[in-house]
Each structure stands twice: as C-alpha cells, then as structure tokens.
Design a binder for this molecule. Structure first.
Ligand SMILES: Nc1ncnc2c1ncn2[C@@H]1O[C@H](COP(=O)(O)OP(=O)(O)O)[C@@H](O)[C@H]1O
Ligand SMILES: O=P(O)(O)OC[C@H](O)CO
Length: 501
C-alpha cells in the first residue's frame, strides 16, 4: 500500500472550484482551479447548475493529480469546504437536481423572508439559530424551490427528495450516494438549525412547512463522513474527513482558536468572523451568531459580519465596466488617483448585508465631479471593501465589548497591498496577512488531516501559521474619522433611494 503523504482540500467557491494537495508541512504540492457559469435569470437572482459544480469539482481533482504527479492512494484524507447557504434539492433515486442551486447572493426568496419578519418571527429565529431573517440563508430558498417546482412539496413529504448545501451535495456525489451529511458550520447557516440544542429545529421546519425527511444528518467538522468510490477518486477509497463552510474553514486555517481572534476573508464577498469560545453569544447589533467549528466534542461559536460584495466589485470594474484588464491591476491604478478621497462607491448590488441587512438597497456612487478619473473610481471601489469591513468591526467591538487589536486577513483580494494598508488606516487597527492566502482550503485540510491522525492535534498545527505581511495604521485619526463619517452618509443616502419597480 502506498504511503499516505498528502491531504487534498476541495474548495467549492462562489465563482470557482479548487483542489489543492498539501504535504504534512502544508506545502502546496499541486492544485487546480476551474470557474463555472453564473446564472442570472432575473434581476437580483443568482443560480448555479449543481451538475456543473460537480463536474468542475471532478475536473479540479483530476487537475491537481495531473499537476502534482501524486497518486490517489497517497492521499490520506479529503477535506471539503464550500460556498455556504447555497441550496440544492435533488431526487434521491435519480440523483438529479430538481432546480438550479439557489446561490447565497440570490434574492428570489426575499418575499418569503419579509413575510416571516412581518409575522413577527424574528426574535424566535434569532434566539434559536443566531441568525437574522434574510433570504441569504438556505431556509427561504428551500421554501422557494418547493413552491416553484411542480409537485416538489409532495415529493419532499414522501421522502423522495434531498436537500443539501454544497458540502452535502459533494459528499453525496463523491461517496456514490452513501453519505447524506452536513456539518455544524454549514447547518448553522440554514436558518433551520438550533445552535444550542444542535439539531434541526422542528418549530422552524414546521413554520416553513419543510419536511424533516429532506434534511441531512449533521456531523462534527472533523470525522470520517464516508469514503470516495473507486470510480470517483481514480481507484482509491479515500476518507472524506473534514468539512466546513468556507468562512469557518478560514477561521480554522487562520488558527483563530482563541476567543477574541478575528479574521476577514476578502473573496467574492468579505466575511469577518470572530471566535467567541464555547458559549454562543447573541449579537445585539445585527451580527450573526454562528458555529465556528465543532471538533473533539467541543463547539466553538463565532460572531460573523457578512459583506455580500467585496472582490466581486473589482470583477464588476473588470468585466462590467471594462476599467481593468485584471483584478490585480486595481492596485496600481488606485495608486495613481490624485483626488482627496471624495468619491464613494456603495456596491450594494444584491442589497446590503451586515450590519444593515437591507435587501432592497442597490449600488450607488457619490461625489463625482467633472474631474473624476478612472483611477478615482477604482480607488473608491477598493475603499468600499475596507469601509464595509469597518462597519462590521465597529459593530463587533460593540457586541464583544472590546477593541479588536488585530485583524487576520486572507482571500484573493488580500493580495492587494494598497487595500490592506487602507484597511489598517480606516480601522486604526493592525492588519496581519497570512502567508498562504488560501486559508479556507488550508482549514479544510487541517480538519480532514486531524480526523485521521495525519496531524496529531490542534497544538501540532498551531505552530504552522506563517505570516505574509503586517500593515500598521498610518492615517491621522481626524482624517480617518472624516472619511468614515462620509462613508456612513453615502450608505444612508443609498438606503433612502428605493425606486419604484
Ligand atoms: N489583487 C487584487 N486586488 C483586488 N481584488 C482582487 C485581487 N485579486 C483578486 N481579487 C478579487 O478577489 C476575488 C477572488 O478571491 P477568491 O478568494 O478567489 O474568491 P472566492 O473564493 O470568493 O471565489 C475576486 O472577486 C477578485 O476580483
Ligand atoms: O465563495 P466565497 O468565498 O465568496 O464565500 C461565500 C460565503 O460562504 C457565503 O456565505
């Protein structure tokens, strides 16, 4: 039998799927990435084809093997991490999805969320799930699919359908339909999971008329969920033994194991998560309480501020407005801006997330003059990522009753030094970049490796963190507060503008 020298991470993100093979020292031995189609059926809706997601995952698994020369039976374990909340319902017998995956960003189920809110269920849902009623989470998306696909409710009641977030879909596929599971972190994003009792909440399932029969079993973040079939993993029956939503995986990959540690992952969206320890702390200021990870019988809770549009605003500059050749150019272009930071872009393309939770808001730009240049526009878009992060960090400080001393960062847009310097400036807080920006994939690899003894303990991996740059605040406080005040004004004005449909 081949020596098990590696762990594979599968990171199924909003715009692309990735597979990365790590050795014991977490050197990347091989990787592969594939983008897939974003479907926009109507304004504010975002969907994916679940089969295309699955095909992209198969393709990157093969790609990582080809690039590295590693053989499938040398992989000790597989970790899966995924875009969260995105909702898939499929037929148990045929394995065929009954509708597209309704993506976390999608607003098609907003009327269902509004109804829940108007009927007065906010407090109950917040207490049980830690979440704020919003179409971001899976619950209203499930209801929407069951309402819009003919006969779906009846088939769900007969136990003929299965619901899963992307983790569940991928494990089910990789194990040839053997394992129908999710994990604490993904379950806690459905708005159907009781984060105190650690079970699907029957009251909320009943409220939304979602049959229990379609729900997967909820497992810890680090244990063997099943094995790949020979067919799907090139002849190897490899344990899938780590699973976490991408933001929680990043928390783990950033080694934010202690209460009070905070990370921000700058990807499509931007997600700020604080480890709050073994007791759930309900936010009084519109942040989410969620499960960070559960391992070795212990749950670690977290506070989260979810920003819906971050790196995707740079993609918009690139693909929509054709202002950039590639995302990385935003840095050099922003540096050439000569204006005095008077342009504000509020990228509320799919509403505003934390701490505003305004589904109906749409993007806006303020402060244009005849002299506004492309560079000013690019700079203001990058700044919007940092301003939104400050909105969340200020709120977190309030909730936690502390001033967060350090922000650990990762994700694609954390490559941008200009952005991170402005982030430190506008927060007045030190920003620490991880050396390996694929912290999400790394976190899933650790979770998988720990479950099979590839790594012995959390203490062993703790020493493996590598820093990739520190950004110290340099902006004078008066300037910082003036800019931030103006940002708040821009957001306020954006929220006022609600044109008739
Ligand atoms: N140097 C950069 N400056 C600004 N944004 C960037 C840079 N590099 C990548 N991005 C943005 O980061 C996002 C990709 O990050 P990634 O972590 O791969 O996202 P995801 O996991 O959400 O797909 C894209 O939206 C891209 O526009
Ligand atoms: O795909 P990402 O990295 O933008 O992450 C999406 C989040 O999990 C949505 O909650």
């Amino acid at each position: 039998m081949a020596e098990k020298k590696y762990v594979m991470s599968i990171d199924q993100g909003t715009t692309s799927s990735r597979a990365i093979i790590y050795d014991k020292k977490t050197n990347t031995i091989g990787s592969s990435q594939k983008e897939f189609t974003q479907i926009f059926p109507q304004s504010g809706w975002v969907e994916h084809n679940p089969n295309e997601i699955w095909n992209s995952v198969q393709s990157v698994i093969a790609g990582a093997f080809i690039e590295s020369g590693v053989k499938p039976d040398e992989i000790a374990a597989i970790g899966i991490t995924n875009q969260r909340e995105t909702t898939i319902i499929w037929d148990k017998k045929t394995g065929l999805p009954i509708y597209n995956a309704v993506v976390w960003q999608s607003r098609q189920s907003a009327p269902i969320a509004t109804k829940l809110y108007e009927e007065g269920h906010s407090e109950m849902i917040h207490e049980k799930t830690g979440l704020i009623i919003d179409s971001y989470f899976s619950a209203t998306k499930i209801r929407w699919i069951l309402d819009h696909v003919e006969g779906a409710q009846e088939r769900a009641e007969k136990g003929e359908l299965m619901f899963g977030t992307v983790d569940t879909w991928l494990v089910w596929k990789l194990t040839g339909g053997e394992s129908f599971v999710t994990d604490y972190s993904n379950a806690s994003r459905t708005m159907l999971y009781n984060i105190h009792k650690l079970e699907w909440d029957q009251d909320i399932l009943d409220l939304l008329n979602i049959p229990n029969a379609i729900m997967p079993e909820v497992k810890s973040n680090s244990e063997v969920y099943g094995h790949t079939t020979n067919y799907h993993f090139y002849g190897a029956n490899t344990p899938i033994s780590g699973m976490a939503g991408d933001q929680q995986a990043a928390l783990f990959g950033q080694m934010a194991f202690e209460p009070g540690m905070v990370k921000n992952t700058y990807g499509t969206g931007s997600f700020i998560v604080m480890n709050t320890g073994e007791k759930p702390q309900l936010s009084e200021n519109n942040l989410l309480t969620t499960i960070g990870y559960g391992i070795n019988g212990k749950i670690h809770y977290a506070l989260e501020g979810s920003i819906f549009v971050a790196g995707s605003s740079i993609q918009w500059l690139r693909d929509g407005l054709k202002m950039l050749e590639n995302s990385a150019d935003s840095e050099a272009i922003a540096k050439t801006s000569e204006n005095d930071n008077e342009v504000f872009v509020v990228p509320a393309f799919t509403g505003l997330g934390a701490p505003y939770w305004d589904s109906d808001a749409r993007g806006s730009v303020f402060g244009l003059t005849r002299g506004t240049s492309k560079a000013d526009f690019v700079k203001a878009t990058l700044q919007s990522i940092a301003y939104q992060t400050r909105d969340v960090i200020d709120t977190m400080n309030k909730d936690a009753g502390i001033d967060i001393p350090l922000l650990k960062v990762d994700g694609g847009a954390a490559n941008n030094d200009w952005l991170l310097q402005f982030q430190a400036d506008i927060l007045g807080t030190k920003v620490q970049r991880a050396h390996n920006l694929e912290t999400t994939a790394l976190g899933a690899a650790y979770l998988a490796g720990l479950a099979v003894g590839f790594w012995e303990s959390v203490d062993e991996i703790k020493n493996m963190y590598e820093e990739g740059g520190i950004f110290e605040p340099q902006m004078p406080e008066a300037e910082r507060e003036k800019l931030y005040k103006n940002w708040r004004l821009a957001v306020k004005a954006t929220q006022v503008f609600k044109p008739e449909a």
